[in-house]
Design a binder for this molecule. Sequence first.
Ligand code: C5P
Length: 236
Amino acid sequence: MKPLYEGKAKQLFATDDPQLLRVQYKDSATAFNGEKKATLSGKGELNNRITSLFFEYLREHGVENHFVKRLSATEQLVKRVEIIPLEVVVRNWAAGSLANRLGLTEGTPFSQPIVEFYYKDDELGDPLVTEDHIQLLDIATPEQLIEMRQISLRVNQLLIQWMDERGITLVDFKLEFGIDADQKLLLADEISPDTCRFWDKASGEKMDKDRFRRDLGRVIEAYEEILTRLGGRADV
Ligand code: C5P
């Protein structure tokens, strides 16, 4: 069966219900806008299971999202949405591109979370955009931006606490949103060690995709540890 859409880490398939899609998580890992590539056996299953746990937790705590249910080790059923081509990044500690852009030392805590928007466009390299840029390009309405910011900050509050109880610092993460058939804004895509920075509170060790980006080794082991601390278990 041909996917409706194939991304770097997932494939999307139609189902018998036009409102629902099947997502298949892949073992491929990419970084630096696709310049660095590898296959990490077991990553698809881990990200599928971790994302499912995060979306279930968020739904239980009042954050509606596209997740319907996990179908198998590597698949989940989700509501069909039209993805808004923005990546909403929330940061609690300096790391990654923000540390580089502003010359901040990695690991500097922020007194309040920083929210950023990036325009999802591979050819442009997903540039950072301001609210005026978003209006200029007609990517989202001002009301949608306000709602995306509010939901992202709520997700941040909920996940900071949930991860903290499990000995993990939530450094930063990226969210994506879509519009469903009823024109409702819904949190979508994935929440996993591919899209978040997690640091072990005790050791400061990185437990996310930075292990792959920076060739730190033990990538799958770190993802497994995240799943275990969230109370999940892989079949692999
Ligand atoms: O690279 P940067 O520091 O801007 O990333 C911020 C956060 O957003 C990180 O947790 C990273 O994993 C995530 N991100 C992502 N997809 C991108 C860019 C960033 O999931 N295309």
